[in-house]
Each structure stands twice: as structure tokens, then as C-alpha cells.
Design a protein around this ligand. Structure first.
Ligand code: NAD
Ligand code: TDX
Length: 368
């Protein structure tokens, strides 16, 4: 039985991970520590309100003494570290928040783990610090290049990826220097439920429903390797339970798409949904699909992202050979599940987008 601290557990991947974990390991104790930034959503976890062995803590990973107290008092033996600023465009507009959350925040957690687990001697052998990172630390690939492997040299290009790369190095150093039991996973683009609607896939789905333009950066030919978020949780599970201490593992979907192809696919799926469901036409009257027009008519090519990485792809052969990892959800299944989730959970994304969720946070958490 494990006792986990999940940082950033109210965000997109973190909350999916917590649901995955408690379903698979219902007797484990899980504490989520999340600062509820604009991207954190406490309602992602409300289904767990009555679960005895789950606790939500509103707090910042940079509050080292609070992290130490949680580790000590709740006798936690595993940290799964998701908390981060995660949106590349925001890192271009304002890098400082990324330095604070991703570099200083990771260092604060490492210090707390070292203090409680190593200096104070709690869990000297059985502790684990699992760090969740990204394929963006490896930079950008050209067409035909092999995918990123664990041996690929780091070459981060955005303030976001540079901050994640720095955090990866700090994790590595705490293992090498102090003997902290760490593992790191570098994952490709995730998609699925609870994905914040500033990222490409949910943004496109919601904009189609509202009849708003679908902004494609540059020529739309940039390539990403998409992974269903539950498969990421599964990969992390394998690494935590069977991965070698001090090792890093690349997790990917083996599923490369150009941005324009993915947007066209979502448009086509949405058109099919509307054609077979009159209720959708009533719910979203401003969507072109309600008038029988192609959703793709909303596509608009806009100014490219500064320093836009051309292609990401992951070589999953190491995690496959070592831990038996294979993505379980095909893209055809995953994208339809995701589209259905957004259609069935309008309350979730409306509250995020119209500000009512932020007002709820102010009342319930900021005052606390
Ligand atoms: P997200 O932006 O949806 O969620 C981040 C969460 O961290 C939020 O709940 C936020 O409130 C919390 N947080 C931010 N700063 C904090 C702080 N100082 N203290 C406590 N909590 C804080 O991000 P995501 O997409 O779920 O990504 C989770 C992790 O996975 C990140 O580390 C990211 O770099 C990594 N990752 C993401 C992807 C992807 O496709 N989204 C792919 C690979 C790796
Ligand atoms: O409006 C848009 N138009 C557009 O063309 C947006 C938001 C994005 N894009 C492009 C940029 C990228 O090439 O789509 C691609 C995907 O963009 P994002 O969804 O912003 O993801 P990306 O920048 O690839 O980064 C994501 O994957 C790796 C996550 O946000 C990171 O946290 C993760 O590390």
C-alpha cells in the first residue's frame, strides 16, 4: 500500500491520474496538493469528496515547510509531481511564472523530500519521487528524424521547455548527489477529459460549438504525437511500481498528426455528431454544423507561435522493452471519447470560460 502526494492533482493530467490511481489501488492513501492556479480545477476531483483515503490540500509547492509537514504528518512515501505552468504560449508572454512554479517549485519539493525522507530518516529505502516531464525538453525534430529516445540530448526551445528541462536536471542531481529515489517520465502531448480549453484539441472543440474561428498557427504542418491521458497515467503507474530508481522513461502515443489534419478530423467528427443529433443543434445554434455547414469553414490561419517547434515524436522502445508499456486507447477511440466528454460536460467548460468557476474559487479557497 502506498501513501501518495500528488502535486498539481487538480489540473488536467493530475486529476485524470488521481481517478485512475484510486480506481486501480482503492486502498492507497492519496493527498493532492494544488495551488489552484487558472489551470487548476477543484471540481475535477469532487467525485472523490466522500472517499476516506483521499484528501485535497489547497497550497503551493513552493511552500517547502508545508510540504515537509504533509510528508511527515501523513507519512507519505511517494511523490508524483505534476504541478507546473504548462502552456507554451503563456511561457512566451510571461516566462517568470514558469521559473517560479517549474524550477523553484520542483526544487522546493526535492528539498522537502530530502529533509523528511533522508535527513529525518522517514522511509529511508522505500520512498519514491516521480517527476512528470515532457518531450519538449528534447527540442524539435525534422521530417524523417527518429523519435526522441532517453539518450536524445536536451535542446529546449521555449521558456516552458527550458523550465521543465531545468527541473529534470534538478531531479537527476538530487538522486546523484543525495541518493533520493527518483524516476522521471518524459511524455508527448496528452488529450482527453478535463483538458484546459486553451490547448489545441479542447479549444477547437469548444470554438466549433460556439461558431468561433479555429486559429491555426503558421501553415498548420507542425506535428505532435498525441496520447490519451489515461495511457499516460498507466505509463506513470508502470514507472512508479517497476521502474528503476534514477532512470528516465519516454512515454508516447506513437500517433503523429499535423495540426491541420487533427483540426480537420475534429471538424468532420463534429459535423457527423450534429447531423445525427437534433438536440445538439438546439444547444449550439451558432455552430455552423447547426446550419448544415462544414465546421472546417471556421479554420483561420494566424501568425505563427514564436520559436514554434516543428515536430515531436517519441521512441517508446525502452519503456516497452523494460516495463511492457503499450498505449491501450487508439486515437480513433480516444478522440471520440474526448469529443463525447466535452459534449456531455458543458457545465465544466462553461464555468471555466465564463468566469463562474474562478468566482467559486475566490469564495471557497482564496479566503481560506
Ligand atoms: P495543467 O496546467 O492542466 O495543470 C497544472 C496543475 O498544477 C494545476 O492544477 C495548477 O493549479 C497546479 N499548479 C501550478 N503551479 C502550482 C504550484 N506552484 N503549486 C501547486 N500547484 C500548482 O497541466 P497538465 O497539462 O495537467 O500537465 C501536468 C504536468 O505534465 C506538467 O508538469 C506538464 O509539464 C507535464 N506534461 C504535460 C503534457 C500535456 O500534454 N499537457 C505532456 C507532457 C508532460
Ligand atoms: O490555437 C492554437 N493553434 C495552434 O495551431 C493552439 C493553442 C495551438 N496550436 C498548435 C501549436 C502546437 O503545434 O497546436 C499544437 C499543439 O499546441 P498546444 O495544445 O498548445 O500544445 P503544445 O504546445 O504542443 O504543448 C503541449 O504538449 C506538451 C502541452 O501544453 C505541454 O504542457 C506539454 O509538455
Amino acid at each position: 500500500m502506498k501513501r501518495l502526494l500528488v502535486t498539481g492533482g487538480a489540473g488536467f493530467i493530475g486529476s485524470n491520474f488521481v481517478h485512475y490511481w484510486l480506481e486501480k489501488y482503492p486502498n492507497d492513501h492519496v493527498v493532492v496538493l494544488d495551488a489552484l492556479t487558472y489551470a487548476g480545477n477543484a471540481s475535477n476531483l469532487t467525485a472523490l469528496d466522500d472517499v476516506q483515503n483521499f484528501e485535497f490540500v489547497h497550497g503551493d509547492i513552493n511552500d517547502t515547510s508545508r510540504v515537509e509537514a504533509l510528508l511527515r504528518e501523513q507519512e507519505l512515501d511517494t511523490i508524483v509531481h505534476f504541478a507546473a505552468e504548462s502552456h507554451v504560449d503563456r511561457s512566451i508572454e510571461g516566462p517568470d511564472a514558469f521559473i517560479t512554479a517549474n524550477i523553484l517549485g520542483t526544487h522546493s519539493l526535492l528539498k522537502a523530500a530530502r529533509q523528511v525522507w533522508l535527513s529525518e530518516g522517514k522511509c529511508p529505502l522505500d520512498h519514491r519521487f516521480h517527476h512528470v516531464s515532457t518531450d519538449e525538453v528534447f527540442g524539435s525534430l525534422e521530417t524523417g528524424d527518429p523519435g526522441f529516445s532517453e539518450q536524445t540530448a536536451y535542446a529546449p526551445n521555449s521558456p516552458y521547455s527550458a523550465s521543465k528541462a531545468s527541473s529534470d536536471f534538478l531531479v537527476r542531481a538530487y538522486h546523484h548527489t543525495y541518493g533520493l529515489n527518483v524516476t522521471t517520465s518524459n511524455c508527448s502531448n496528452n488529450y482527453g477529459p478535463y483538458h484546459f480549453p486553451e490547448k489545441l484539441i479542447p479549444l477547437v472543440m469548444i470554438n466549433i460549438l460556439h461558431g468561433k474561428n479555429l486559429p491555426i498557427y503558421g501553415n498548420g504542418m507542425n506535428i505532435r504525437d498525441w496520447l490519451y491521458v489515461e495511457d499516460h497515467a498507466y505509463g506513470i503507474d508502470l514507472v512508479i511500481n517497476s521502474g528503476k530508481v534514477g532512470e528516465t522513461y519516454n512515454i508516447g502515443g506513437c500517433n503523429e498528426w499535423t495540426n491541420i489534419d487533427i483540426v480537420n478530423l475534429i471538424c468532420k467528427l463534429m459535423d457527423e455528431k450534429f447531423a445525427s443529433n437534433d438536440l445538439l443543434k438546439k444547444r449550439f445554434p451558432t455552430s455552423p454544423a447547426s446550419a448544415g455547414k462544414d465546421s472546417a469553414s471556421l479554420i483561420e490561419y494566424v501568425k505563427d507561435r514564436a520559436g514554434h517547434d516543428f515536430r515531436y515524436a517519441i521512441d517508446t522502445s525502452y519503456i516497452e522493452a523494460e516495463l511492457g508499456y503499450q498505449p491501450k486507447v487508439t486515437f480513433e477511440q480516444g478522440i471520440v471519447k474526448t469529443l463525447d466528454w466535452y459534449l456531455e460536460n458543458e457545465d465544466w467548460w462553461q464555468a471555466v470560460m465564463d468566469g463562474s468557476y474562478q468566482a467559486w474559487i475566490e469564495t471557497n479557497y482564496k479566503a481560506a
